[in-house]
Write a protein that binds this ligand. Structure first.
Ligand code: SF4
Length: 469
């Protein structure tokens, strides 16, 4: 019997990247509409794990309707060479392996997971989490032989999800806190990850103690543990080489590794900036730091933010302008943990250059924002557009205001919103090396398409006007 003969749908890498639109979905698990969702891996002792066991707490797939459900995937593993430091790395593979299943789409990670099951696969017989559990167990054991025992629990019961969500959040915080305090200068090696290349072929994460992975799921310690047990896997050691520029974060070893792993597409990376040679952005980033030219500062928007930033753009539009494994000037995929790092966008001015962020993120990272700045950075509660933003920053004497004296700003208050959005989209995408740039204003997707090849364009301002009424 082939490994997946008893599974009613196909399983294979060809299904990675499959997108399931809402009209084609049978049901949705997690996602932006529900508060509690998680995936968590725990390393246990051999006695604690009943190998092959799959448990479902709450309704099974066949009992679900077409709506969004709280959801959790709780995996316990055992093996003589397993250690707690590998939990985050094993957990990140859930994304990859779920996406191998025909008609299952898995997005994001940790507390942000978003799954859909297609109607087609449901009709083919994918009516129980038991099938998904069997696929995951077989893939985990064959791909990561250090896992000797594995038990998986799927949770759809809302109260149980809520309870385990708390445990998951405490575990993530414990893992993240472990790397805080360690400096990039104090280690000999960084770690790279190419797990997201199935979606963003030129993307290479460079994970350092002070620049967490974009997805926020793999720390420097996790990278080290993963590279040690599976040196030929998607997470690998990067010897730092010579430090070319400590302020920008440029290392010869990083440039070399990124060049090799991106197939020669990316040749230079500056770790602590969003300009010129920024770290590439895949699509799994927890948040986007985006340049707002009208105030010469950065806004930050995270995946769960349902509204629009002061420039009128939602997370999904900003993410489209950022993602794909590209280096996009001024548009930078980041993790929440990187915002806690002393090297957070240090080349660009760090926190003194941040001019807006959502309330929930501000609350999460407030202990890491310099005290003198915390009240000077507005959220959606105080500011909803560029004019209000500029007025707020001036009133609070935000440090970015000093920059306006050097380069006077022109705020396009009289410009129609659609034109402003087109301008922002162009700015989001301009300085790339080889790509097609779709320009969208939210209502007219696909009206224009500019193809840029091997060019780099810098413009202080771009205005696109229709020639005809
Ligand atoms: S975001 Fe980076 S670290 Fe996270 S899975 Fe993707 S490539 Fe790996």
């Amino acid at each position: 019997m082939s490994t997946f003969e008893d599974i009613p749908v196909d399983v294979g890498v060809i299904y990675e990247g499959e997108r399931i639109r809402w009209p084609d979905a049978y049901t949705e698990l997690g996602g932006p509409k529900v508060e509690h969702k998680f995936e968590l891996v725990k390393v246990r002792s051999a006695e604690e794990v009943e190998d092959g066991k799959i448990t479902i707490i709450g309704p099974d797939i066949k009992d679900l309707e077409k709506k969004s459900y709280p959801f959790g995937i709780y995996i316990e593993v055992a093996g003589k060479d397993l250690e707690e430091g590998l939990e985050g790395v094993i957990e990140r593979r859930i994304h990859e392996y779920c996406n191998y299943i025909e008609g299952v789409m898995h997005l994001n990670q940790r507390y942000d997971i978003w799954l859909r099951i297609s109607r087609r696969s449901f009709e083919k017989g994918l009516r129980s989490f038991m099938f998904i559990g069997k696929v995951l167990q077989r893939l985990f054991k064959s791909e990561l032989p250090i896992i000797e025992k594995i038990r998986i629990t799927f949770v759809t019961d809302p109260e149980n999800v809520k309870e385990k969500f708390k445990e998951a959040m405490e575990t993530y915080e414990r893992r993240d806190a472990k790397a805080r305090g360690l400096k990039d200068e104090e280690v000999d090696a960084f770690y790279g990850c190419t797990l997201c290349q199935s979606f963003a072929p030129t993307h290479v994460c460079v994970i350092t103690p002070q620049r967490y992975s974009n997805c926020g799921a793999i720390s420097w310690f996790d990278g080290r543990a993963a590279a040690r047990v599976d040196p030929k896997g998607p997470i690998f050691r990067i010897d730092k080489g010579e430090c070319v520029d400590p302020f920008k974060g440029e290392y010869t070893g990083v440039n070399e590794a990124v060049r090799t792993k991106s197939g020669g597409e990316i040749t230079r990376v500056w770790l602590y900036t969003a300009f010129e040679h920024p770290h590439t952005s895949c699509g799994c980033f927890e948040a986007v730091a985006f340049y707002i030219p009208e105030v010469d500062g950065f806004g930050i928007v995270h995946r769960g933010f349902p509204g629009t930033a002061p420039n009128g753009l939602s997370f999904s539009i900003l993410a489209d302008s950022t993602a794909g494994g590209r280096q996009v000037d001024g548009f930078h995929g980041i993790s929440i943990e990187y915002m806690r790092s002393p090297k957070f966008l240090q080349t660009d001015g760090g926190w003194s250059r941040i001019v807006w962020l959502p309330e929930t993120i501000k609350e999460r990272i407030k202990d890491f924002v310099p005290t003198e700045l915390i009240d000077k950075i507005p959220t959606e509660k105080e500011v909803t557009n560029i004019e209000e933003l500029k007025a707020f920053l001036e009133k609070e004497n935000h440090p970015v205001v000093e920059r306006w004296k050097i380069v006077p700003l022109e705020v396009g208050a009289e410009r129609p919103v659609a034109e402003e959005r087109i301008e922002a989209s162009v700015m989001a995408s301009m300085p790339i090396t080889a790509s097609t740039v779709p320009i969208a204003d939210g209502s007219r997707v696909g009206v224009f398409r500019i193809v840029l090849k091997n060019v780099k364009i810098h413009a202080k301002k771009v205005r696109i006007r229709s020639k005809e009424k």
